[in-house]
Write a protein that binds this ligand. Structure first.
Ligand SMILES: CC(C)(COP(=O)(O)OP(=O)(O)OC[C@H]1O[C@@H](n2cnc3c(N)ncnc32)[C@H](O)[C@@H]1OP(=O)(O)O)[C@@H](O)C(=O)NCCC(=O)NCCSC(=O)CCC(=O)O
Length: 388
């Protein structure tokens, strides 16, 4: 296969095979395991709805069959075979990230691994993004789809991910099962080395796998793998982004973006902000924050905010909270904006879910949680957000 035409004909042949299905996404991953326990899988470059020729080639050389989400292990000989089948592109390899990755895997796969873990290469294929997580390889693949910005939070099913990922001690010498830490530390000590544990969790830090373009993350420990940090996101040390949560664009994150929460463009979460997540604590309401919202320091919300809302510093808006509604002239109004008497303007927070241009304030003269049209929307300080 020395010409691009040959390669195209080969791909067409593979794709014409009975039962062949184009995957929605796929990638080559480096899997680290201890016995039958997966420690982690790094997918350096996931292909999402693209590179179908490479998908066909990988399925052909690895023998992967079917249309169910799944993976195969890839031997060095199969990687070599894949690389050789790309001969027509070797002269312009810099244009083809998948071929570069295969070359990098080939160059390194024979290196002796450390004695603790086994390292191999897998090819994962995703056909149905709404299927629950089948195994740890799939869990890592899906988390990296989010962190590589191929899908927004909720863009694929992460159901069951907790049960499939192992709890790991993440160390300066790589992932170690917590039960093996003591023995590994003794070995390291006699080699004159240290094992430093950064955390014990099912989720590693995103930055140790992937750093999206145009982000600043002041403390890597605050962003879990599976976070979606769009270009222009700044996460300050007190900020936090869970998996299956994140930003759509420029954002200042000094507060906590819980699992499932999405923050719109040009919004600002002040220090200590809390946004209710859906993993624990009983809240079932998936929360989103619209574009150009400001959540003041130590504020929080259990309802979604639309465009251009502000929650004053220190104010927590919950779905059940009784909120006193006012118009722009500070006159009491009902939910439809009709003038009413004081006390008839009290609505539940949930009724304001997702509405645009609201200002929530705790009136310090009477202690009422109030809401009125937001007189101004915020502008982020552009200098704080990198673009590439
Ligand atoms: C709610 C707003 C946005 C309101 O600000 P504004 O500038 O629009 O209004 P203002 O000019 O201050 O006030 C307009 C009028 O409303 C009155 N007013 C204001 N707040 C009131 C309250 N709680 N109760 C009663 N009246 C109030 C004022 O006295 C004034 O009245 P008169 O008209 O009679 O004079 C603000 O107070 C706020 O909370 N901003 C959040 C800022 C923030 O936290 N940014 C994140 C930084 S994060 C950070 O720095 C890190 C910190 C950390 O790490 O902890």
């Amino acid at each position: 296969m020395n010409t691009i035409e040959d390669f195209k004909a080969y791909v067409a042949d593979v794709e014409a095979t009975e039962g062949y299905t184009k995957p929605l996404a796929f990638g080559l991953g480096i899997r680290r395991s201890k016995g039958d326990k997966v420690l982690d899988v790094n997918f350096p470059g996931i292909n999402w709805d693209t590179a179908f020729g490479t998908a066909a080639l990988l399925q052909d050389v690895t023998g992967f069959k079917g249309s169910e989400n799944g993976f195969v292990t890839v031997s060095k000989a199969q990687l070599q075979n894949a690389f050789d089948n790309f001969a027509a592109f070797h002269g312009e390899i810099e244009k083809h990230p998948n071929i570069i990755l295969i070359q990098q895997l080939l160059e390194n796969i024979a290196s002796p691994s450390n004695t603790y873990q086994e390292i191999d290469v897998v090819a994962y294929f995703l056909f149905d993004k709404d299927q629950p997580v089948n195994d740890a390889v799939e869990g890592y693949f899906k988390l990296q789809c989010l962190s590589q910005l191929h899908v927004l939070p909720h863009g694929l099913s992460l159901e069951g991910v907790f049960g499939k990922l192992n709890n790991i001690a993440w160390t300066n010498q790589g992932p170690i099962l917590p039960e093996d830490l003591s023995a590994e530390r003794i070995k390291a000590t006699f080699k004159g080395e240290n094992i430093v544990v950064t955390h014990v969790d099912k989720f590693p830090y995103m930055v140790n796998y992937h750093v999206p373009n145009g982000v600043r993350i002041a403390s890597g420990s605050q962003v879990r793998l599976g976070a979606h940090c769009a270009v222009g996101t700044t996460v300050m040390p007190a900020g936090y982004i869970n998996f299956n949560a994140g930003t759509k664009g420029n954002a200042m994150i000094e507060g906590r973006v819980s699992a499932g929460v999405v923050v719109g463009h040009d919004s600002d979460l002040g220090g200590g902000v809390s946004i209710m997540g859906t993993l624990s604590g009983g809240n079932k309401n998936v929360i989103s924050i619209g574009d150009k919202c400001l959540l003041g320091a130590n504020s929080g919300t259990g309802i979604s905010l639309g465009f251009g809302c502000t929650i004053a510093a220190g104010v927590y808006v919950t779905a059940a909270a009784k909120v006193w509604l006012y118009d722009a002239n500070k006159q009491p109004v009902d939910i439809n904006g009709n003038k009413v008497e004081e006390r008839q303007n009290i609505v539940k927070g949930a009724e304001l879910n997702g509405k645009d241009k609201l200002l929530f304030l705790l009136d310090s003269t009477n202690g009422h949680l109030t809401c009125r049209p937001n007189p101004k929307t915020i502008e982020l300080n552009e200098a704080l957000h990198v673009k590439n």
